[in-house]
Structure formats: C-alpha cells, structure tokens
Ligand binder design. Structure first.
Ligand SMILES: [Zn+2]
Length: 359
C-alpha cells in the first residue's frame, strides 16, 4: 500500500521534473512581438509566490515604509550584467497615452527573454515585447489600465509595481488639445487650430502645475507637443486612467469656414451621459467659467454623441470650443497669448468648481 503511494509520488515528481523544463523551454520563444500575457500566465505565475517571498526577504523595513502600504511588487525583472560585471543602468518610462512601460536596459542583449528571468503577476499585463533600439535593449510592457509605476532595484533585479492612479491621486484629469501633427484642424489666415489648442492647453498646464490646493491631482495630457494621437488613444487614456474629468480644447469654425459675425464659446457634451454630475453639467461649468474669464459670449451647449471621444468617454467629458476662428475678432483673440491664458484660466476655474461640486 505504502509502496504504491510512494510509487505514485515518485512518478508525480518525475513527471513534474520533466514538465517543468519542457514548460521553461517554451520561454525562449518569447521574443519580439510575442504576446507575453498568456506566457506569463502559464509559465511564470507559478513563480510568483517564490518571487514575492524572495522580495519580502530582501526588503528592509525602511524600504517597506518608503514604498507605502498596499503596494506590492508585480514584476521582478532580472537585470543583465555588463562586461565589468556590474548591473547596468536602466531607465523606466511610462507612456500614458498607450499605457506602455518602457524598461530600457543599457545592455547588449539580443533576446532578453531567452537569457534572463522575469517573474510576477500577469493580471495587469496585456502584452510584452523585447526589442533593440540602438545600443539599448527595451522591454515594452503594455498594461490593461494606466498605472503609476513604482520601481526599485535590488540585488540585480528591477522590481515594478503597478499602482492604481486613485490610490495615489484624489482626482484624475485628462486634458486633450485637439488635432495635432498633420491634422491641423481649422486654418484661417495661416493660423492653425491645432496650435491654438495646444497653446491654451500648455497655459492650462502651467496653472495646474502650480496648483497648491489640498487635493492630490493626477493630470495627464493627450499631447503637450505637436503630435497627433488617434481619437481612440485620446478616449482610451481617459477611460484607462479612470478619469474624473475629461476636457478637450478646440476652436470653432462656422459652416463653410468663411468669415462671419458668428462668435462665442460653445461647449459640447454627451447627451447619453445622464448622471447628475455628468457631461452636460460639466459643459455648463466650463461655459460659465470660460466666458467669465475671457469676456466672450456664450454661444451655447451642444449635444455631441456623434463625436467619438465624447461618445466613448466613461468620464464626464466636455469639449470646449473656445471661440470661432471664422470670426475676425475672435481669430485675433485666439491667436493672442494673453487671451489664451484667460481661456486657460477659465478652464482651470471650471475644473476647480467641478471638484467643489463633487465630481
Ligand atoms: Zn477642432
């Protein structure tokens, strides 16, 4: 009887000894463009308990305090040695727009996943790839949501924690400067809408950067330079950040784009958002504050679910058309840095009022 049990146990361990190397053999296939999520699930998840135990043993109490309660290491990434045998300098950057964390290894490694180990939890990871960029090796990790990434290096390993934004910030705001890059938006007298939108957003950023209130604000921009994120990326940023507010900045044009007397600020909202503190009320708050700050007249609110970023935003969304580029006076204003600052101040005040009202 006992012999049989022993036999079964022996067979079990022999099989395990065979299965584990076979499973690990699959890892070298993890390569450029390979979707790691499933592989992590299959091959690496089992290592998590060990990895997290190791990690806990390596931490000293001070570091645990510094990390803050509730932040767990999600990934442990083995760092390559350089030729002198020292751990390579690395950089970790997050591209909020694509929810991708880039770990740059200053190391001459062609295929990271065949040579080094990565352990951890896969539940936040949508995909992973390794590629060479010049002299660097880059591990690109795309996550299911936008996280704040915490990092530390210890004993030759890089530890990454993906922290929910709302664990760090009281409020998360997404600011979108319309158009960009090849997509100029409206053009009048050689003035491009994309540039006015960006200038207003950069003025707003300056004000938000010097916010000194009691809320911890997490503010993310779809662009701060002349780039052109897709509409999907813009809306996804708001949704994947679980944003409390999503504000898009544009300038208007009337009908065929000829100069007319039509002027004023217009704010677009989602009519399918019927929350009390939803898109429409946010649009009204934006209207009140932008017109107060600029002295511009209110052209009105407009239901605009036909616009992609408005229709798909889970956050209360307002698209502020600051003024008409097809009105000569307003075009002059919109191109003027002082007026842009006033418009930015109006949007800033709107954000503060929205939070006061409970958004
Ligand atoms: Zn526009």
């Amino acid at each position: 009887m006992y012999r049989n049990i022993l036999k079964i146990i022996t067979v079990f361990f022999v099989m395990l000894a065979l299965i584990v190397p076979v499973t690990l053999e699959k890892l070298p296939a993890i390569n450029e463009k390979y979707d790691m999520a499933k592989a992590l699930e299959d091959n690496v998840l089992q290592n998590y308990v060990k990895a997290s135990t190791d990690a806990k043993q390596e931490k000293n109490p001070d570091e645990i305090l510094q990390k803050g309660a509730g932040f767990e290491d999600d990934l442990r990434i083995e760092l390559p040695d350089d030729s002198e045998g020292e751990r390579q300098s690395i950089s970790v950057e997050t591209d909020a727009l694509t929810q991708t964390v880039y770990v740059k290894l200053k190391a001459d490694v062609d295929n990271y996943f065949t040579k080094y180990s990565m352990t951890g939890r896969s539940n936040h990871i949508d995909s992973m790839q390794y590629y060479r960029k010049g002299a660097d090796g880059v591990i690109a990790i795309t996550t299911d949501k936008l996280y704040q990434v915490k990092q530390r290096i210890e004993n030759g390993y890089l530890y990454l924690s993906f922290v929910n934004l709302h664990d760090i910030y009281d409020k998360v705001i997404i600011i979108d400067a319309g158009h960009g890059g090849r997509m100029t938006g409206a053009v009048r007298n050689g003035i491009e809408e994309k540039s006015i939108n960006l200038d207003i957003v950069l003025a707003l950023k300056e004000q938000l950067d010097s916010y000194s209130g009691d809320k911890r604000l997490g503010i993310f921009y779809t662009r701060t330079t002349d780039t052109n994120p897709t509409l999907q990326q813009r809306a996804a940023l708001a949704n994947k950040a679980d944003a409390d507010l999503f504000i898009s900045v544009h300038c208007n044009s009337y009908e065929k784009g000829n100069f007319t007397a039509v002027s004023g600020t217009q704010v677009l909202y989602s009519q399918s958002d019927n929350r009390e503190l939803g898109s429409k009320h946010l649009a009204q708050i934006c209207m009140d504050n932008v017109t107060a700050a600029t002295g511009n007249r209110a052209f009105g609110l407009l239901p605009a679910d036909d616009i992609y970023i408005i229709r798909t935003s889970e956050a209360p969304v307002a698209l502020v058309e600051v003024g008409f580029m097809t009105n000569r006076q307003e075009l002059d204003n919109l191109a003027n840095a002082d007026y842009q600052k006033q418009a930015a101040q109006g949007i800033y005040n709107a954000i503060m009022q929205a939070f006061d009202e409970g958004y």
